[in-house]
Design a protein around this ligand. Sequence first.
Ligand code: 13P
Length: 335
Amino acid sequence: MSERLEDIAVAMVAGGKGILAADESSGTIKKRFDVIGVESTADSRRDYREMMFRTKEAMTRYISGVILYDETIRQNAADGTPLVELIKAAGAIPGIKVDAGAKAIVNFPGDTITEGLDGLRERMAEYYKLGARFAKWRAVIDIDTTRNVPSAYSLSANTQALARYAALCQEAGIVPIVEPEVLMDGAHDIDTCYDVTKATLVKLYDELYAARVVLEGTILKPNMVISGKKAAKQAGAEEIAEKTIKLFRETVPAAVPGIAFLSGGQSDEDATANLNAINAIGPHPWKLTFSYGRALQAAPQKAWSGKAENLGAGQAAFTHRAHMNHLAALGQWKS
Ligand code: 13P
């Protein structure tokens, strides 16, 4: 496989394949395991992820790359094979989450800044040696109109950090996934999501230009333009698709090869239906695919529930969701 940034980025979004976001921190995976009654240990986390990475149909046909957490990129399968090698053997690309999480911004209640730039150059060099060819950094943008959240200050600080991260990735031969996530947790309507996501993306591409990041060697991981979860009126898939594409046409340069959405708390089926609606109104200047965490993993987690005898059921559930999202990335999914 080519080592050019541009080629890696294209491969990450080609052919209706998408990305498995399996980069939950130890705290987040514990929350997911709590739901299915599984104790979170290094071994249970390994067993669960090994189950997915050994799912042949999903990994070879529908998944282009996997975002790993620091622990996972160093872990071996039960038989001693590095997990990274399982991913590569399936023809998928290993990736790594490198941010250190979102922390409260002093003087700006409700706003967060994502940390993790200190020492990142050295960490990138190590992750490259461990096999990572792409990385992820997530900025978290909440919406709370009663408190003027997000502030201009937060958008500025977060997008500048994303640009500094992206430049360091490219220096190390690693494709940056830039993820400015506007949360869907509030009661705001879809047009508010549109406005905030627009302000975020305009600022993001300003900063990426300023940092001299090569856009052809990047992937954008955004939210869809969508109603807040607690909003009384929920926009349907067609409106989500129309507004999402209108926004990207205004803000995302055509030099960017691909846009891989986060699922952000959408139901499994909504995440698939909305991606499909977005691709159904193409053609578009970029590939539009998935980089889902919850919307790919909720079903296999439940089917597996920590029991070795459920491995097949877990793999079948993962294959099904990956297949449906693959069809949606091609605009060929039917409900
Ligand atoms: P969700 O699809 O669960 O939002 O996770 C994707 C991700 O990687 C968030 O950073």
